[in-house]
Design a protein around this ligand. Structure first.
Ligand code: NAD
Length: 310
């Protein structure tokens, strides 16, 4: 029997992820959106691509949350996106209500699942979903670091004229303007990037990475979706195939990096049980300071969230 993955939200990110799952044939799929016809229409379209992909995965779609019954993995992409000029944090109240509905349904219909949260503001929404489901925190994980790291890798590869496959780079911290690109762990073929690129080039790359989401929002009028869904698939594969990947994900901290009681982007080992370990990298003092600053922003947002009646 194939694994069943359920996705809340059949919008840009949800539908792109659905396509990747059907195309890669890794699991059966359930697509739930408050807009029933949108979910069903996209599922029909995807199903008609199955003969072309040579994919026999089953697809179910609709607006009823109980459709997720039996899902081993649930991805939350339901929610509003930012418009040009908006920050992710401005989505807090709207998306808290939407994510709370999804989390309640997950608790009821997929109580043993692993949950990947995508909706923004990411770290706060992941915290909320962990609180509402009551799941062990290792089973509730936020997707942002894989995407932010992919953006950093791309810009570094372009600057070096190198292949993206040969770049190691990681972005930690909250998924917002205070994210922390970790240059001390970034390299090309084992060579530290600080030795290969000038300070001013690296500074520009870091700035572009932090603004990469906004750069796309300004052009599209909505959030990115190809790279977020690809990043989500990487996390899904790490879980389904127990890959024990070292990935930056929004994870619950219990004192690691001197931070506790919040979700924040940190390096983790991701496998069949979800977060199997938070990895303690030796960050330099500047990076550690930036990570703590980012944690303070996330903490403030979580405190704001605690005051919202859901
Ligand atoms: P979208 O507007 O294209 O799709 C969102 C979908 O959610 C819509 O189809 C909407 O009908 C649905 N929805 C709303 N309430 C729902 C509910 N209660 N139950 C089920 N479905 C519901 O948006 P998108 O581009 O797919 O982005 C989705 C979310 O992901 C946004 O919050 C966006 O900010 C976030 N995002 C996060 C990252 C990241 O790196 N973590 C990257 C891109 C987008």
């Amino acid at each position: 029997m194939r694994t069943k993955i359920a996705i809340f939200g059949a919008g840009n990110v949800g539908a792109s992820l659905a396509q990747l799952i059907v195309q890669s044939k890794i699991a059966d799929l359930t697509l739930v959106d408050i807009l029933k016809d949108l979910a069903i229409g996209k599922a029909l379209d995807l199903a008609q691509a199955k003969p072309v992909y040579g994919s026999d995965v089953k697809i179910i779609a609709g607006s009823e949350p109980e459709l997720i019954k039996g899902a081993e993995l649930v991805v939350i992409t339901a929610g509003a996106t930012r418009k040009p000029g908006m920050t992710r944090e401005q989505l807090l109240e709207t998306n808290a209500r939407i994510c709370a509905q999804c989390a309640k349904a997950i608790k009821k219909y997929a109580p043993n699942s692993i949950v990947i949260v995508v909706s923004n503001p990411l770290d706060a929404m992941t915290w909320l979903c962990a609180r509402i489901t009551g799941f062990d925190k290792s089973r509730v994980i936020g997707m942002a670091g894989v995407l932010d790291s992919a953006r950093l890798k791309l810009f570094l590869a372009d600057a070096l004229g190198a292949s993206v496959k040969d770049i190691q780079a990681m972005v930690l911290g909250g998924h917002g303007e205070q994210m922390v690109p970790v240059l001390s762990y970034s390299s090309w073929q084992g060579e530290r990037l600080e030795k290969l690129l000038s300070k001013s080039k690296l500074k520009a790359i870091i700035e572009r990475t932090k603004n990469a989401g906004a750069e796309i929002v300004a052009k599209l009028g909505t959030s990115a979706y190809y790279s977020p869904s690809a990043s989500c698939l990487e996390m899904i594969k790490a879980i389904l195939f127990d890959e024990k990947r070292l990935l930056a994900c929004s994870s619950w901290l219990k004192g690691e990096y001197g931070i506790k009681g919040i979700y924040l982007g940190v390096p983790i080992i991701l496998g069949k049980n979800g977060v199997e370990k938070v990895v303690a990298l030796k960050l330099n003092s500047w990076e550690l300071r930036q990570l703590k600053k980012s944690a303070e922003t996330v903490s403030a947002l979580i405190n704001q969230l605690k005051r919202i009646k859901l």
